[in-house]
Design a protein. Sequence first.
Length: 139
Amino acid sequence: MIEKTLSIIKPDGVRKNIIGEVIKRFEANGLKVAAAKMKHLSLKEAQGFYAVHSARPFFSSLCEFMTSGPVLLMVLKGEGAIAKNRELMGATDPAKAAPGTIRKDFADSIESNIAHGSDAPETAAFEIGYFFSGLEIFE
Ligand code: CMP
């Protein structure tokens, strides 16, 4: 099934100058960039995006990290895009990520883990709508 998913290259990925490397992996694996914009999230924007994690002990640190510099927001589109994106990123904790994945290759910690990807169709719909209007997504 052709799906859309939200991808974020987090502030650490932007700082490490690997935007192109990450997008190259998506494109080489059948995902298309259907929308993209760079943004420096406000604290409120980060808190709203990660609201589902608001009770977790890492929430405030996560929001601080996500507002520490600009991010690249993208909508990726393709066959099984949600699972494909997560497979390419690898496990949340880079120490547990499979060899050859984005997080294994580039991430420093479970928090500074380079990229975010929606984890299910419902979250993808929420997350894409949180950052993009329909007019900004190219079909
Ligand atoms: P992400 O896939 O964007 O979803 C939630 C984020 O919270 C996750 O990537 C990490 O950046 C962060 N995170 C998840 N689990 C932990 C944890 N145990 N400790 C610190 N940060 C975490």
